[in-house]
Design a protein around this ligand. Structure first.
Ligand code: SF4
Length: 353
């Protein structure tokens, strides 16, 4: 069973497109990316092979060079360092991460203390925390709550990392509400649509399966969360970067397998695994559509500005989404393998061949 939605989200498409576009419009110029553009080994290695340099410190970027801020966002301190070095900074932060930054700034200005639910060392949390370090504390687990320093329990709000497990976030938020009954909710859920949809699909399909395979890298928060969601519903799960990491011994006694991918995992890696499952294990493939997604983010303003400065009209440089669904169908057709889609979006079970 193939989960749909799976793989790239709108923020990842946009961030990858930013680096692709820069490689095109700045051919021959060095391009630096602060932190992994998205948390996927293959995406990063493919860009490295095309000459992109990934750095973990602005000190590593020469004065005046082009630097891209990754999809996870950065703190104001990093922006300031880039400004001091007169870097041409292009911001590929996902707009849904920027939304959480804006909430942090707004509540801090109103005098609230902010409890940021998330993973302390994740790049996104580090960036959000940097917006209002004196007003924010990170909560990773309910056990952290007793160590918080709270000045006024009536002036408290919580925000969350965008890629948390919905299950874990609910446990922590419930514990926060028990400890601080007056704590405010964010204006809208900070856990993003892509995280929610991919987790919803796993929660819906995994109980019917003997094993879940998640394509994604170990440092991808939303990919790791998908394995946890599967385990929460009682189905063992494995996280793999690509098909070379699959051990055939995992399939002993497995009749039904769910294949999905984190929001930063390229679809061609999923195709490779389907090919292996069909060729070596006689798999039949059925895609379960749980939610349809049509979210798209335009090019960041900083990139459009650079294009205009170079005499390029950004209007003609639309983000191109590769139609992986069509490619997958073509692959099945070419190999004369039946491929069925089960539409579960209306809780129905219509089968389209
Ligand atoms: S997972 Fe969500 S927050 Fe992260 S890049 Fe994708 S859409 Fe944006």
């Amino acid at each position: 069973m193939l989960a749909n939605p799976r793989g790239f989200c709108a923020g990842v498409y946009m961030a990858i497109d930013v680096v692709d576009q820069l490689l095109d419009i700045c051919a021959g110029e060095p391009i630096f990316v602060f932190h992994e553009i998205v948390h996927n080994r293959h995406v990063v290695e493919r860009f490295k092979a095309r000459g992109v340099t990934f750095v973990e410190s602005i000190d590593e970027v020469p004065n005046g060079a082009i630097v891209v801020f990754s999809a996870h966002g950065v703190s104001p301190a990093i922006r300031e360092e880039a400004r001091q070095k007169r870097l041409a900074a292009i911001d590929a932060t996902c707009p849904l991460v920027t939304k959480v930054h804006a909430e942090a700034i707004r509540y801090a200005r109103k005098g609230y203390q902010i409890l940021l639910v998330g993973h302390r060392h994740h790049q996104e949390v580090v960036g959000t925390l940097g917006e209002a370090p004196d007003s924010m504390q990170v909560v990773e687990t309910p056990a952290d709550i007793s160590a918080l320093t709270i000045h006024d329990p009536e002036k408290l709000v919580y925000l969350t990392q965008t890629t948390l497990s919905l299950d874990d976030a609910t446990i922590i938020i419930d514990a926060l509400k028990r400890a601080f009954p007056k704590i405010k909710d964010p204006p809208a859920s900070d856990i993003c649509y892509a995280t929610t949809n991919r987790q919803t699909a796993v929660r819906a399909i995994a109980p019917e399966c003997d094993l879940v395979l998640v394509v994604g890298s170990a440092n991808s928060s939303n990919s790791v969360r998908l394995t946890e969601i599967a385990q929460n519903v009682g189905t063992p799960a494995r996280l793999v970067d690509d098909r070379s990491e699959i051990d055939p011994a995992w399939f002993v006694g497995v009749e039904t397998l769910l294949l999905t991918a984190g929001a930063s995992a390229p679809e061609d890696l999923v195709h490779d695994i389907i090919e292996t499952l069909v060729r070596d294990h006689g798999a039949e493939v059925e895609q379960h559509d749980i939610r349809h997604e049509d979210v798209e983010f335009g090019l960041p303003g900083t990139l459009k500005g650079m294009m205009r400065a170079r005499g390029i009209d950004p209007a003609g440089r639309r983000i191109v989404r590769s139609d992986d669904g069509v490619r997958l169908r073509e692959w099945f057709d070419r190999h004369r393998i039946p491929f069925r889609t089960v539409d579960m979006t209306l809780r129905g079970s219509a089968i389209a061949n």
